[in-house]
Design a protein around this ligand. Sequence first.
Ligand code: HEM
Length: 114
Amino acid sequence: MPKTFSLEEVAKHNSAESLWVVINNNVHDVTAFRLMHPGGAELLLQVAGRDATDDAERAHGNSRKAKSLMSKYCIGTLAVEQFHGQVQNGKVASLVFRILQLLVFRVFCRRVNL
Ligand code: HEM
């Protein structure tokens, strides 16, 4: 059964003794990995206990190595209701866009008597 964590739970793991980071709604325990991180342990400590999706994406680009290592250290996912804001905002934005598209299409159909 996959484990889910709240942001509050993740926030407790914000030190070198227990270092968790959230990336793309996945929770990673990088306590042991921090000393092997090519970007340095200090960077991981700076984002310990919180969502570091934007920082990690900016730093890693499309690095396959980073992606595959992330799955190795993944211990679960974030509780759905606390998913990264951008995901939810993105969904709402595309829904609004779709509704606008349909409205414009209806107006067009009426104009040309379809
Ligand atoms: C589970 C978490 C993470 C894993 C497994 C991971 C893994 C890696 C790997 C494998 C690389 C080398 C990439 C390559 O050479 O292709 C790397 C580089 C790097 N990472 Fe991470 N990383 C993690 C989180 C983060 C976070 C949260 C940040 C930023 C706060 C970060 C910043 C960096 C930076 C700055 C580099 C160096 C990029 C360079 O010099 O080209 N990483 N990481």
